[in-house]
Write a protein that binds this ligand. Structure first.
Ligand code: PEP
Ligand code: MG
Length: 581
């Protein structure tokens, strides 16, 4: 059987399915023998937490409503000691090597079957109480701090199958065990897809019902280029996919030389290629891909799966310094947190909330939370003493916001100076990703030291198409004439005010689109490290002069399809290399 979605991270991954369903009652997967004692330990801890919670609830109810109403919690407390529930779950963990949550649910189903057969109405009603206790146990198994720890040290290779997969979850997984992931939701600019590409993990998104069709343990073969997911594939299909895997490795090998060559067009225009990274530890990989610097560090990934301590000045200073030092002498552009309130660390909870796309997010949230913003700015300014660093603000919609953010940088600098710290000059720039910022780029340019165009958001807000919703992904058109015109507008504004301009959205990673961007006058790009050698190959075969003529022509096109046609014809005629991959 074959499912087809959107290939969002190329490569072939083959492994056994592991299911992660956010809406489902409990994750179900097998654990290796060595992990059985840990699952039992987790269950014991969840039982103790459940006991404490139930005792508190019982006492509160007894105080407020009288002892006679508290009896049902006494009954629930007794159930926590019932051999049919806990002992049976432990037995299931041992004998079937199932994770604790699904073992508890299985034990519950067995008890429920007994209750169903009972004639006694009272007994049948007690089934609801057992269900309540089981729900509490599962909740405590899930929300225990670092609950994703149990995803570590699994026996791979596995393919993660999820209805939805948040970047903070992906950031915590041990990717040594996973050959690929597939999701029901998502699209090319889904943050999790961006992460997959930067981590070189094949991925398919937008499958809609994969998490319903696939059951744990099934063999899956994932083609992240075509978007195909083969379920229990025939040996012949597996053989073909393995051959493609080898072919891809050969192509990548052929691109190797471009990691070391400078990025320059055939007619001598110097281009700056930098990397988008999500962790300070990615700097090495960025350098190995040929990146001159980090053009976008998504600092909010420092918060993934961590508690409040991640927001502290010293913890951030340590992370930024590590990044800056490992990239030096290359420069690093750090974007301040681009999260919404629901994604900030809350003790004992993983900040997994979906982005509130148009709410208190990005710079809006930073400006509303002065203490948090100041701690981040102080950490950034201190790290700037360790190597070239630029500060960049996300989701800015106009001049006043940018000025307010710059004033906050001044305040942070003054605090540091008052403490006796040195504060080097740090360029402060802005992401152009909100339509109002794009249209007023000429005004913003007076207050910004640099621009970086975030095409992922810019496109979705210009075209009013949710970038994570697969049902409208065909309307997400990076080459829409509105986008091409806007890019020209921003490029002109930056050129007239002589400020550096980069493109850091996913659009930059497409070699065909690169010709257009160079033609519009963009000479700095930041992209996933894995995309850099291919981009360099395309640039070295491109004449900037010809690209300018091409850009002028695309500005007259009426549809995205016409723009695309112009670009593919151009690249085929001028730079056949870029089409080979
Ligand atoms: C963008 O919006 O283009 C961008 C680079 O930022 P993010 O993908 O993190 O929103
Ligand atoms: Mg963005």
């Amino acid at each position: 059987m074959r499912l087809t979605g959107l290939g969002v991270s190329p490569g072939i991954g083959i492994g056994k399915a592991l299911l992660l369903k956010r809406g489902a009652p409990e994750l179900r997967f097998r654990v290796p023998t060595s992990m059985v004692p840990r699952e039992i330990e987790r269950l014991t801890r969840a039982r103790e937490r459940s006991r404490e919670q139930l005792q508190q609830i019982r006492d509160r109810i007894a105080r407020s409503a009288g002892a006679e109403h508290a009896y049902m919690f006494d009954a629930q407390l007794l159930m926590l000691d019932d051999a049919m529930l806990i002992d049976r779950a432990v037995e299931i963990i041992r004998s079937e090597q199932l994770n604790a949550g699904s073992a508890v649910e299985r034990a519950f189903r067995e008890i429920a079957a007994l209750f169903d057969r009972a004639d006694d109405a009272y007994l049948r009603e007690r089934q609801g109480d057992v269900g309540d206790v089981v729900g509490r146990l599962c909740m405590n198994l899930r929300t225990a701090r670092h609950s994703l720890e149990f995803f570590r040290n699994l026996e791979g290779p596995l393919v993660l199958v999820a209805d939805e997969l948040t970047p903070s979850t992906v950031a915590q997984l041990d990717w040594q065990c996973f050959a690929a992931f597939v999701t029901d939701a998502g699209s090319w600019t889904y943050h999790t897809a961006i992460l997959a590409r930067s981590m070189h993990i094949p991925a398919v998104a937008g499958l809609r019902n994969a998490s319903q069709v696939i059951t744990p343990g099934m063999l899956l073969a994932v083609d992240g280029a075509t978007g195909d997911v083969f379920i229990d594939p025939d040996p012949s299909v597996l053989e073909q996919l393995r051959a493609r895997q080898e072919q891809r490795a050969e192509l990548e090998h052929a691109l190797d030389q471009y990691r070391r060559l400078p990025a320059v067009t055939e007619d001598g225009v110097r281009i700056r290629l930098e990397a988008n990274v999500e962790s300070p530890d990615d700097a090495r990989r960025a350098r190995e891909s040929g990146a001159e610097g980090v053009g976008l560090f998504r600092s909010e990934f420092l918060l993934a799966g961590r508690g409040h301590e991640a927001l502290g000045e010293d913890a951030q200073f340590e992370a930024y310094t590590r990044l800056v030092e490992s990239m030096a002498p290359g420069r690093v552009t750090i974007r301040t947190f681009d999260v919404s309130e629901g994604q900030l660390p809350v003790d004992a909870l993983v900040p997994d909330g979906a982005r509130a796309p148009l709410g208190l997010r990005g710079i809006r949230l930073s400006l509303a939370r002065e203490d948090m913003f100041q701690a981040q700015l102080r950490a950034l300014l201190r790290a700037a003493s360790h190597g070239p660093l630029r500060i960049m603000f996300p989701f800015v919609s106009g001049v006043e916001q940018l000025r307010a953010a710059r004033a906050a940088v001044q305040r942070a600098a003054e605090t540091l100076r008052a403490r006796g710290d040195q504060v080097p000059p740090v360029p402060v720039g802005v992401m152009i990703e909100v339509p109002s910022a794009a249209v007023t780029a000429d005004l913003l340019a007076d207050d910004a030291d640099f621009f970086s165009i975030g095409t992922n958001d810019l496109i979705q807000y210009y075209l009013a198409v949710d970038r994570t919703d697969d049902r409208v992904s065909d309307l997400y058109e990076p080459l829409h004439p509105a986008i091409v015109r806007t890019l020209r507008l921003i490029a002109r504004a930056a050129r007239r005010r002589s400020i550096p301009l980069a493109v850091c959205g996913e659009m930059a990673a497409d070699p065909i689109v690169l010709a257009l961007l160079v033609g519009l006058g963009v000479t700095e790009f930041s992209m996933a490290p894995t995309a850099i050698p291919l981009a360099n190959q395309a640039l070295r075969g491109l004449r900037a002069r010809d690209a300018e003529t091409l850009a002028a022509r695309t500005l007259r096109a009426r549809t995205a399809a016409e723009v695309e046609e112009l670009l593919t014809t151009f690249v085929a005629a001028h730079n056949s290399n870029a089409l080979k991959f």
